[in-house]
Design a protein around this ligand. Structure first.
Ligand code: CA
Ligand code: CA
Length: 359
C-alpha cells in the first residue's frame, strides 16, 4: 500500500468515527458501556427565550446561538417544530390555557442540545377587531383608483382576529392629512356583530385635493369599539395614483377652407376639426389642448381646443376646432408639422404631433 492511499484510509476512518459519534449518540443509552465516546459537544440552549401571548396564539422569540444549524421548539414535552429562524408563532391554541415552551439548539451534525428553561404563556380570550382591507366603491372617473381631485367612496373591511364575538361594532375614520377631507367618517353598519374570524365592511367617503402630489400616501386611523367596552385602534394607507388616461392625436378633417375643396392650399384660412382619442384605461376629465407650430408659412389664429373641459372616457374620441392661415408664398407639397400640448384636470400632460401637406 502506498503512503498516499494509507493516509486517505486514515482520513476516511476518522470521518467515519466522527459520523458514527454524531448519529448514534442520540439513540444510545449513556449507561451502556459500549456507548462510543463522542467528540461532539452539544450546543447550549438559546438565551432570552420569551413567550408573548395573543388571541389563540403564542409568539416565541430567542437569541441566536452562533453555531446552531437550527432550533427545536417544544410545547410541553412535545417537539412541535424544527426551525432555522429565532422566532415562531404557535397558533390554534386554546385561549386561557397555560402552555410551556422550551427551545434547544441543533448542532451542525444534527444533534439537538439541552432544552432551555421553560417559559409560560396563556393565549388571550376575547374579541380583537382589526383593519382587513379596502376596496374603492366609487370614484369620479370610474377606474377604481384613488386619483387627486376625486371623491372616493371606500368599502372598508374589518376582521375579528380574536376568539369571541364582538357585539355592536362601531368604527370611526380619521386622518391628519393636508390633502384629504373626510365627509363620512362613521362606519355605516353600526352595531353589527362580528364573530371570531368574521369580516364585515362599511362605507366611508373622503375627498382628495386637486393639488395632492402623485404617489402621496394617505394614512387613515381607525378607532373601533364594541358594546362590551372593548376599544381597538388600527391604521391603513391609501396611495394617490396618476390616472390611467392617455390622450393622443387621432386624425383631422378640413372643416372649412377658402375655395371649398376640402384641401389645404396656399393662401387659405383653414378651419380644422382635430380629433383626440383616449387610448388609456381611465377617463380623462376636463381635457384641454393647444396647438402650436414653428413654420414660416403658417399663422395659427385659434389655437385653443374649443371643447375645453370635455371628459374623454377610455377609448373615447372627441374633436375640437382650430384655425390657421397658410401664406401665399408657401411652396407646394410643403409639410406643416403641428405640435399638440394636452392636459386634463388630474394634472396629466401629454404631447403629440401631426403634419399636413399644402397642395
Ligand atoms: Ca379614480
Ligand atoms: Ca382648399
Amino acid at each position: 500500500m502506498s503512503k498516499r492511499i494509507f493516509n486517505l484510509s486514515i482520513l476516511l476512518l476518522a470521518i467515519g468515527i466522527t459520523l458514527l459519534g454524531c448519529s448514534k449518540r442520540e439513540h444510545t443509552n449513556p449507561l451502556d458501556p459500549n456507548n462510543p465516546s463522542s467528540n461532539v459537544v452539544l450546543l447550549p440552549p438559546p438565551a432570552g427565550l420569551k413567550a408573548t401571548p395573543d388571541y389563540g396564539s403564542v409568539t416565541l422569540t430567542w437569541d441566536t446561538v452562533s453555531e446552531a444549524k437550527n432550533y427545536q421548539v417544544y410545547r410541553g414535552d412535545k417537539k412541535i417544530v424544527t426551525i432555522d429562524t429565532t422566532f415562531y408563532e404557535d397558533t390554534g391554541l386554546t385561549p386561557g390555557k397555560r402552555y410551556s415552551y422550551q427551545v434547544a439548539s441543533v448542532h451542525p451534525c444534527g444533534l439537538g442540545g439541552h432544552k432551555s428553561k421553560p417559559v409560560y404563556a396563556m393565549p388571550k380570550k376575547g374579541a380583537k377587531i382589526v383593519y382587513s382591507k379596502y376596496e374603492v366603491h366609487s370614484d369620479d372617473n370610474g377606474d377604481g383608483i384613488v386619483n387627486r381631485g376625486e371623491t372616493i367612496g371606500l368599502d372598508l373591511y374589518l376582521k375579528n382576529t380574536g376568539t369571541s364575538t364582538a357585539k355592536r361594532v362601531n368604527a370611526t375614520l380619521s386622518e391628519n392629512d393636508l390633502y384629504v377631507t373626510i365627509s363620512d367618517n362613521i362606519w355605516n353598519i353600526l352595531g353589527v356583530d362580528l364573530t371570531a374570524g368574521g369580516e364585515a365592511y362599511g362605507y366611508f367617503v373622503f375627498t382628495v385635493a386637486d393639488n395632492c402630489p402623485y404617489n402621496h400616501v394617505i394614512t387613515f386611523s381607525l378607532s373601533i369599539t364594541d358594546k362590551d367596552g372593548n376599544a381597538w385602534s388600527d391604521s391603513f394607507t391609501v396611495a394617490v395614483k396618476q390616472t390611467g388616461a392617455k390622450i393622443e392625436y387621432s386624425r383631422y378633417e378640413v372643416h372649412s377652407d377658402d375655395n371649398g375643396d376640402g384641401i389645404v392650399n396656399r393662401g387659405e384660412t383653414i378651419g380644422l376639426d382635430l380629433y383626440l382619442k383616449n387610448t388609456g384605461t381611465s377617463t380623462a376629465k376636463r381635457v384641454n389642448a393647444t396647438l402650436s407650430e414653428n413654420d414660416l408659412y403658417v399663422t395659427i389664429s385659434d389655437n385653443i381646443w374649443n371643447i375645453l373641459g370635455v371628459d374623454l372616457t377610455a377609448g373615447g374620441e372627441a374633436y375640437g376646432y382650430f384655425v390657421f392661415t397658410v401664406a401665399d408664398n408657401c411652396p407646394y407639397n410643403h409639410v406643416i408639422t403641428f405640435s399638440l400640448s394636452i392636459t386634463d384636470k388630474d394634472g396629466n400632460a401629454w404631447s403629440d404631433s401631426f403634419s399636413i401637406m399644402v397642395k
